[in-house]
Design a protein around this ligand. Structure first.
Ligand code: 2BA
Length: 114
């Protein structure tokens, strides 16, 4: 794997999609690390996958992500800060669309297994 140029695909996915995506990646012979993560906005658990792959297999990884990750809407209750002007905030939950997946593809400068 060290000869061809490597990429790192970082994918933030919903927990509900993570197990199936992981299975698909492993079945296709792609190597992956699963990290438990937390979304900054919702402050809820999500899953971050690190997929180190030869550049020519990035599209395969992206296809697996596309096939397994779905977007969902979630209701968020706006929190009124203590002492804040309560009437300036919406009193009802707002809908937020989460996912399919947020994906970063990075160049890997060096890849070593020691
Ligand atoms: P969260 O930060 O918990 O965001 C969940 C969803 O809430 C987002 O879905 C987006 O639809 C909405 N959202 C986020 N910030 C918002 C804001 N300031 N105002 C209104 N709505 C907002 P996705 O965009 O699909 O993102 C899902 C998760 O992917 C995020 O969870 C975060 O963990 C990660 N993510 C998304 N964009 C990122 C980025 N640029 N850098 C790092 N992580 C990112």
């Amino acid at each position: 794997m060290s000869q061809s140029h490597m990429k790192l695909v970082v994918a933030v996915v919903q927990d509900k999609d993570a197990a199936r995506l992981l299975e698909t990646l492993v079945k296709r012979g792609l190597q992956v690390t699963k990290l438990a993560s937390t979304g900054g906005f919702l402050r809820e658990g999500n899953t971050t996958l690190l997929i180190g792959t030869p550049a020519e297999r990035v599209n395969e990884a992206l296809k697996a992500i596309e096939e397994n990750c779905h977007s969902r809407t979630q209701l968020v209750s706006p929190i009124v800060p203590p002492g804040g002007p309560a009437d300036a905030y919406l009193p009802y939950p707002i809908e937020v669309k989460v996912g399919g997946a947020t994906v970063f593809v990075l160049d890997v400068e060096e890849f070593k297994k020691i």
